[in-house]
Design a protein around this ligand. Structure first.
Ligand code: ADP
Ligand code: DP6
Ligand code: CO
Length: 325
């Protein structure tokens, strides 16, 4: 009844932004990501018939309040599916990624938790079922079940059984890299969950966001298949800017960017003007991820490091899907 799992984060190139069902975590739009080898979570889950409540440690500290509740309610879903209600767990999770800072800790965190808990409870499930289950912990986490480029199909059923991720191409299809420029590892003020809800409820730009997705998705998948870096990068960058535009129009409005975020965006545009193919994307936080090809690794690293306010630059390759140890 004890299992450890490891899951990597992923960076969305076509963003998941907005839910049609908050309880089951069903998205308004399909999304597409690349799993990253540079950031991951390792989670050990142990169930015991004698225990009377779940205990959750994150980075060696006991967690209470909302973060613990989120884990407990997610375990409740897995216990129910496994027919093991009334058995509680001790969970030890270590994030090799900043928590709640826009580096997708919820993705690696819930993918590792789902895989470890399911295995510890003896729940036999396919990757597809594991992805649909993982989705209910954090939407973006359903994509971290797989390595490489991954698409989350929003599905149409009300029970969410057809809302899961599928692999588009495995990690070795194409050596595309991502540099994460770290300006702040502080927790964000508006969590992804809250930010997307406010946007869906109040932003007049939101319908245009949803309408823009199918064309972007078809084009980026074509770009991935053909390994057309300019096509993939430019679509990802435009999609990111559109997502962030919806937040500016929300009520009350909010913005994830900081001064340094804008400096990095400018630096990436300057790289392109100098003939270095590089494109940026930004999740719900101030930190920027830059897509580039391996031959430009040193140029990209130096450029990002030279920007005042950038504390660290972490390079990733395409990562693998979730594994149990
Ligand atoms: P991020 O950009 O890091 O994904 P989110 O706002 O989406 O930020 O989610 C952050 C939340 O995810 C945390 O406040 C916590 O509730 C949850 N989380 C992060 N890491 C883990 C983990 N290893 N195990 C369980 N839950 C986690
Ligand atoms: C901007 O998956 O963290 O990173 O489903 O509420 O847990 P919840 O939110 P989360 O949202 C991720 C938003 C994003 C875009 C993306 O990863 O697709
Ligand atoms: Co998240």
């Amino acid at each position: 009844m004890k299992t450890t799992a490891k899951a990597h984060t992923n960076i969305a190139l076509i963003k998941y932004w907005g839910k049609r069902d908050e309880s089951l975590i069903l998205p308004m739009n399909n999304s597409l990501s690349l799993t990253l080898d540079g950031f991951y979570t390792e989670t050990t889950v142990e169930f015991h018939d004698d225990w009377t409540e779940d205990v959750f440690y994150l980075n060696d500290e006991a967690v209470s309040g909302g973060e613990r509740n989120r884990v407990v309610s997610f375990l409740d879903r897995i216990r129910k599916k496994a027919g093991k209600e009334g058995t509680y767990a001790e969970i030890h999770s270590v994030n090799h990624v900043p928590t709640a800072a826009g580096f997708a800790s919820s993705a690696s965190g819930f993918a590792a938790l789902a895989a470890a808990a399911a295995r510890a409870l003896g729940l036999e499930c396919s990757n597809q079922e594991l992805s649909a289950l993982t989705r209910q912990g954090s939407g973006s986490a359903c994509r971290s079940v797989y390595g490489g480029f991954v698409e989350w199909e929003k599905g149409t059923r009300a029970d969410g059984s057809d809302s899961y991720a599928v692999q588009v191409t495995p990690p070795d299809h194409w050596d595309i890299r991502v540099a994460a420029a770290v300006l702040s590892s502080d927790a964000k003020k508006v969590l992804s969950r809250e930010g997307m809800k406010r946007t869906v409820d109040t932003s007049p730009f939101y319908p245009s966001w949803v309408e823009s997705i199918p064309a972007d998705l078809a084009a980026i998948k074509d770009g991935i298949m053909r390994k057309d870096f300019e096509k993939v990068g430019s679509i990802a960058e435009a999609n990111c800017l559109r997502m962030h535009a919806t937040t500016l129009a929300a009520d009350p409005p909010f913005m994830y960017w900081q001064n340094t975020t804008l400096l990095i965006m400018e630096a990436v545009r300057a790289l392109r003007a100098d003939g270095v193919p590089a494109y940026f994307t930004i999740d719900a936080g101030p930190n920027v991820k830059v897509l580039y090809l391996p031959e430009y690794e040193e140029i990209v690293r130096q450029k990002l490091r030279s920007i005042p306010g950038v504390h660290d630059v972490i390079m990733s390759k395409a990562g693998q899907g979730v594994t149990c140890m």
